[in-house]
Unconditional design. Structure first.
Length: 219
């Protein structure tokens, strides 16, 4: 599928074209056909570097541009949050307001009412909910990067509760889950009430081999 065929605002297409994106990858096309740009819940399970993040970016940005509401992008690590904030601000900073919320766990961060795309960790979002952040009611898109962290002993319970609460307090919220490694994708998609998108395409073929005495023998 060509980028120009995607049902996204022209200003968003212009930004992506400047990034060198002219043709969508298989997982991106499958997600669009599954309704990710029409507000459908989608769980995307595809290999690393297959283009999962762009799927979420397009959906969140489209909803913001069309005035449907705010987008929250949840990541498991502060370092990843900083990385995504820097990347998204470079790409979309002139299109809508992007914020990073990872600090004070005893604040509702009321200033975020003025921002459209909010990047945070699961722990920070949990704090925002417990402090009754008033702007949360304007959130219409929730993106969960590395959603397989649900299986993590430390972070999993917090993330599971977060998803459950968000589904309850935001009646029409769109949930987009992203992961390269999920052992039970069908079960998770059912729990999320989401359409499962799977694809094996990767930009570089994956080969297995054994390194011994300076040489690699591929199987």
């Amino acid at each position: 599928m060509q980028l120009q065929e995607a049902n996204i605002p022209s200003e968003l297409k212009e930004i992506l074209a400047k990034e060198g994106i002219k043709e969508l990858r298989p997982s991106q096309e499958k997600s669009i056909k599954a309704g990710v740009l029409e507000g459908k819940n989608v769980l995307v399970c595809t290999p690393t570097a297959s283009g999962k993040t762009l799927i979420a970016e397009m959906a969140g940005a489209k909803n913001i541009i069309e005035g449907k509401g705010k987008t929250i992008y949840i990541v498991p690590l502060v370092a990843l949050a900083n990385e995504k904030h820097k990347e998204f601000k470079r790409k979309y900073g002139n299109l809508f307001k992007i914020a990073l919320s990872i600090g004070d766990m005893d604040s509702s961060d009321s200033y975020l009412i003025d921002y459209d795309f909010i990047i945070c960790t699961a722990e920070k979002l949990d704090s925002l909910i417990r402090h009754h952040a008033p702007w949360l009611k304007y959130v219409t898109t929730v993106i969960i990067d590395e959603i397989h962290m649900l299986n993590d002993v430390k972070r999993g319970p917090t993330l599971e509760i977060l998803i459950t609460v968000m589904k309850q307090i935001l009646e029409k919220v769109q949930i987009i889950g992203l992961s390269a490694t999920i052992g039970n994708p069908l079960e998770l998609a059912t729990w999320l009430d989401a359409i499962l998108v799977q694809d094996d395409w990767r930009p570089v073929p994956l080969k297995k081999g054994v390194y011994y005495q300076g040489e690699i023998e591929f199987r």
